[in-house]
Ligand binder design. Sequence first.
Ligand code: FE
Length: 204
Amino acid sequence: MPDLHNTDRLRDFVTAMAALLESKPTEARILHDGTTLLKQLVATDDWLPDAYALARPERYQQYLLHADSAERFSIVSFVWGPGQTTPIHNHTVWGLIGMLRGAEFSQPYKALAGSGLQADGAPHKLLPGMVEAVSPAIGDIHQVRNAVDDSVSISIHVYGANIGGVRRSVFALDGAEKPFISGYSNAVLPNIWDRSIALKNPRQ
Ligand code: FE
């Protein structure tokens, strides 16, 4: 992978998401049109700077790539090393998950009244280019893990808030709920606004 990256792809996605949200669409419209946009973004794996694709042995990484100035959405690269998994968690806002590299399993759960959580169908396997959605309206609780035993997997997530600051929950299978604010793994963000890069590193 080259050192110069086509960060204009990420910038185009940011501006297209902002334009989509400008008209205050329904959540269904956001998920539909956002899926189309995210599929375009993850169709080509040449734009994620290496610093936001690094796995760490301790745990999976969540690198903030962009936060909307009004916190209407955020974009995060999730990087799983071999064997890494999230806890069972919710989001409380809409989310789109686009697979960029490798593969992951997402296992949906449903809450049973008074008796914990139950797997809701089989895990979904996401392969590069695929996008799936979560939200309180369509199913918001899942667990995600790297589906590849011997290498890193990366997915690009878009959420309807500044997700690292959202108060949400992790769950045990018995339904026990713990408050959770994920934060982010990085202190600096990629510079997607240097339009001269397109001249130095034209799109293929
Ligand atoms: Fe999730």
